[in-house]
Design a protein around this ligand. Structure first.
Ligand code: GLP
Length: 244
């Protein structure tokens, strides 16, 4: 789906999420959202906050699972995805804190494996993800599923690609400060979502978007696995779509 600009595109995604939440409210059930960080979804979160402030949308029936977190990472660090999500969304809406799930970057190595298994269980126990929002990294990663991630991969600790760490370097004031690892939902976890919306803006994403949409499905570009999903939209601005 190609929009004139990222603002219009973000509004359409926010409207789709709001419709799901309202529909679930009418049914008296919960909406389960898979959420992403990075600059791409920020405007979507802005619109959701705006809908809430205007009294048009409540998040009382919403459960969220974030895709990933750096490891190690203290939750109150300026670089943590916990902080990012609070700043851009959770601090401004009426979601119940116990309904928010973000991978914990503050665990010991011994605790991680069990923690990741439990994260998968929690997603299953609430009936799976209704809408999974995604950005895309220059390596073709979704969440932090770097090249080499398999279609069936689950939530786990991974080693970040050099390109990803370079892209994050300015946020961390130097590549040497970027954590070498992260916890991420797996490609398989993402593929289990009933609906997937991958967003990308700007010319810098056009090459990887072309590969993800039109390229051969392969582990070296994990986003190509989304071609297997039956209900996945790529929501793009014209610049990100320019190589298609
Ligand atoms: C990080 C995140 C991804 C995100 C990617 C792109 O690697 N873990 O989930 O898609 O960045 O970031 P941006 O949206 O800033 O381009």
């Amino acid at each position: 789906i190609i929009h004139g600009d990222s603002d219009e595109a973000s509004l359409s995604v926010a409207n789709e999420i709001a419709s799901l939440i309202k529909q679930k409210q009418e049914q008296g059930t919960k909406a389960v959202l898979g959420l992403a960080t990075g600059s791409t979804p920020v405007k979507v979160y802005d619109y959701l906050v705006q809908f809430h402030k205007e009294g048009r949308l409540s998040f009382k029936n919403v459960i969220t699972f974030n895709l990933d977190e750096y490891f190690p990472m203290e939750p109150d660090s300026i670089h943590s995805y916990v902080r990012f999500m609070n700043e851009h969304l959770f601090d401004h809406i009426d979601i119940e804190p116990h309904n928010i799930h973000i991978p914990d970057g503050n665990l010991s190595m011994e605790e991680v494996r069990k923690y990741c298994e439990d994260y998968e269980e929690k997603i299953k126990n609430v009936g799976g993800i209704d809408i999974q929002v995604l950005g895309i990294g220059r390596t073709g990663h979704i969440g932090f599923n770097e090249p080499g991630s398999t279609l069936s991969s689950k939530t786990r600790l991974i080693r970040l690609d050099r390109v990803t760490r370079l892209d994050a370097a300015s946020d961390f004031f130097g590549e040497e400060n970027v954590p070498k690892r992260a916890i991420t939902m797996g490609v398989g976890t993402i593929m289990n979502a009933r609906k997937i919306i991958l967003m990308a803006w700007g010319e810098g994403k056009s090459n990887i978007i072309q590969q993800a949409v039109e390229g051969e499905i392969k582990e070296s570009v994990p986003a190509t696995f989304l071609q297997h999903h039956e209900n996945c939209d790529f929501v793009l601005d014209e610049a990100a779509a320019s190589s298609l």
